[in-house]
Write a protein that binds this ligand. Structure first.
Ligand code: SAM
Ligand code: SF4
Length: 350
């Protein structure tokens, strides 16, 4: 076996130069995916954890150039799901057998800390694990969510290239985003982050930096999404990301962070009908079936062609379970914390 792959598989360490070499299109993708699959099996096992995704508001005060929810997109119909309905959707997710829900939205200031705390408490009372993906907040707000019982938080760094980040996320600061991640980790959240692959001007070196950054910031979950241009955004004519480079970044992330959770992302499935299957066979161990009501889903268009758009929550879940079974893997039986985070908790409590 190639020495770099051997080193990655056994030591879980690579330099920026080595990562960059393995991100080249010439480096055999099949070998990378199969090594990542072996490491996944050894460290996190065969279970695939399901998270019920509730996209509860598509209002956003930010203006990220790549995202269909950006505030200057006047062509989408905005919605907010009321608190009672959010709780009903969570309860339905629980009745369908899901153990975790993920609440995701644009940065919608209507959902004040008090409202979020009410939602968090309601969901925690159902005995579900809860992940939030609602963007940048103050440390005090994150602390209030944690005290109310929220377990995990997803906030992608998007790219570690500061200039690329600030060019694509006007008015936002890369340092602030990083600080949010550090605050969340310190407050005891299981920290999820990730990056977009294929942003205009992004280099392989910068993707290598992204992977090293995930390790340095001690992330517990990493979602890698190919960037898919949205027709109502300034990046509508961009070339967009491709599946293969995104799979490469994902597989290398598994090799360097062997005991974290890695989702097979919806954006991967949008680019190819077998995108998520390839991801699950190349290091991924999580899927997030969409449990938002069908009527709202069509308006949560981060990018066009999202594969889950037309399905009811029950249909989305059935499709995902069939996929898992067809791969000879099994649906996760518990809340699905990452082994890395569990180990850290045990060490802290000793
Ligand atoms: N607003 C919160 C935030 O930005 O952290 C959470 C929701 S945001 C819609 C979730 C993720 O969608 C972002 O972190 C970004 O990586 C991804 N996303 C946005 N536009 C995308 C696009 N055009 N293609 C692929 N992923 C996209
Ligand atoms: Fe808003 Fe998040 Fe989209 Fe940026 S990526 S515009 S913060 S929803």
């Amino acid at each position: 076996m190639d020495i770099l792959l051997e080193k990655a598989k056994n030591k879980h360490e690579l330099t920026r130069e080595e990562l960059t070499a393995m991100l080249q299109p010439e480096y055999p993708l099949a070998d990378l995916l199969s090594a990542a699959d072996e490491v996944r099996k050894k460290y996190v096992g065969d279970e695939i954890h399901l998270r019920g995704l509730i996209e509860f508001s598509n209002f956003c005060k930010n203006n990220c150039l790549y995202c269909g929810l950006r505030r200057d997109n006047k062509q989408i119909q905005r919605y907010r799901i009321d608190i009672r309905t959010i709780l009903e959707l969570a309860s339905h997710a629980k009745n369908m057998g899901l153990k975790t829900v993920v609440l995701q939205s644009g940065e919608d200031i209507w959902f004040s800390t008090e409202k979020m705390v009410e939602i968090i408490r309601g969901i925690k009372d159902m005995g579900l694990a809860l992940t939030l993906s609602i963007g940048e907040k103050s440390r005090e707000e994150y602390e209030a969510y944690r005290k109310a019982g929220a377990d995990r938080f997803l906030i992608r760094i998007e790219t570690t290239d500061k200039k690329l980040y600030e060019d694509n996320d006007p008015g936002m600061s890369w340092e602030k985003r990083r600080q949010c991640m550090l605050d969340l980790k310190e407050l005891g959240f299981e920290l999820g982050s990730g990056c977009l692959v294929g942003l205009p001007g992004q280099t392989l070196e910068s993707l290598a930096d992204d992977i090293l950054f995930f390790k340095e910031t001690s992330c517990d979950m990493i979602g890698i999404g190919p960037f898919i241009p949205h027709p109502m955004t300034p990046l509508k004519n961009a070339e967009g990301g491709k599946l293969e480079p995104a799979l490469r970044v994902m597989a290398l992330t598994r090799l360097l962070l062997p005991d974290i959770n890695i989702p097979a992302t919806t954006a991967m499935e949008t680019l190819a009908p077998n995108g998520q299957t390839l991801a699950l066979q190349g290091g991924a161990n999580v899927i997030m079936p969409n449990v938002t009501l069908t009527a709202y889903r069509q308006h949560y268009q981060l990018y066009p062609g999202k594969t889950t758009t037309g399905y009811t929550p029950d249909e989305s879940l059935k499709k995902v379970i069939a996929k898992i079974e067809s791969l000879g893997r099994k649906v996760g039986s518990g809340a699905g914390q990452s082994p890395k985070w569990l180990k850290e908790q045990n060490t802290e409590n000793k």
